[in-house]
Design a protein. Structure first.
Length: 247
């Protein structure tokens, strides 16, 4: 479910019988905190070769190569200099090539901005573990399910859209109770309800029964942003005062 390096921990007690241990850890900790790069690559080096060079540099800091997309074979007309924190150079280089990177479980994954890693699609319905109802937010689609380690960043999930909830309302004076008519779920994703996973959070209680996975997803090839508050309530009789702004 998680692989990384512990960089801090602390113990505490809530009462005479209940104690706890708090562990702070992150994947790719060594690369993110200490890894540096200082290298000049000559003219004629291809974009894909530069990507492989940066991946090799990451492997020196206990980062394994995960799902990585091949880049263009176009050659640089001039040399390319890399200097400074390795993570920063990695992100900058792949963003230039419309790619996203992730260090989950100490693996470096590289996918196109609208792409996904090649893992099976996870289907979420009330029968397969979905908890509550999916909700559209300004960050994306938020949905919860029973604990599922197969939910990974960059993967795909197919969500039952029959009970989709939105948070955007038309708050005009005349129709405060009417949800925005343009908030059509079909505009938020494709007909199959497929989403890309962009955030995964697992949580539970070792002394209880609640074990859940929370996802934040974005629509695959979404047509329009899925949420947003629209305020179009205007007092047509209002006019600026002649003394307004005069002290």
């Amino acid at each position: 479910m998680f692989k990384g390096r512990v960089f801090q921990y602390r113990r505490g007690r809530d009462n005479p019988t209940d104690t706890w241990l708090c562990i702070l850890a992150q994947s790719g900790d060594r690369l993110k905190s200490t890894a540096l790069v200082s290298q000049t690559l000559s003219a004629g080096t291809t974009i894909n070769d530069i990507g492989n060079f940066l991946i090799d540099e990451a492997s020196k800091h206990n980062i394994e190569k995960g799902d990585v997309v091949d880049l263009s074979t176009q050659q640089y007309p001039r040399g390319r200099v890399f200097f400074g924190p390795l993570e920063e150079n990695l992100r900058q280089f792949y963003e230039e090539n419309n790619m996203l990177i992730d260090f989950s479980d100490d693996n470096l994954n590289v996918v196109p901005i609208k792409g996904y890693i090649p893992v099976p699609v996870q289907i979420l319905t009330p029968r397969t573990g979905m908890v509550g109802m999916p909700q559209l937010t300004s960050e994306g689609l938020k949905v919860s399910c029973l604990l599922n380690p197969k939910m990974k960043w960059g993967g795909r999930v197919q969500v039952d859209m029959s009970n989709l909830q939105t948070e955007a309302y038309d708050i005009t004076y005349g129709s405060q109770k009417v949800d925005q008519p343009q908030k059509d779920p079909r505009m938020a994703t494709n007909a199959g309800g497929l989403f890309l996973i962009r955030s995964v959070e697992h949580h539970g209680d070792t002394r209880g029964n609640d074990w859940y996975t929370d996802l934040v997803c974005i629509g695959i090839d979404a047509v329009v942003p899925k949420t947003g508050i629209t305020v179009d309530a205007v007092d047509e009789k209002w006019r600026p005062s002649q003394t307004e702004g005069v002290s």
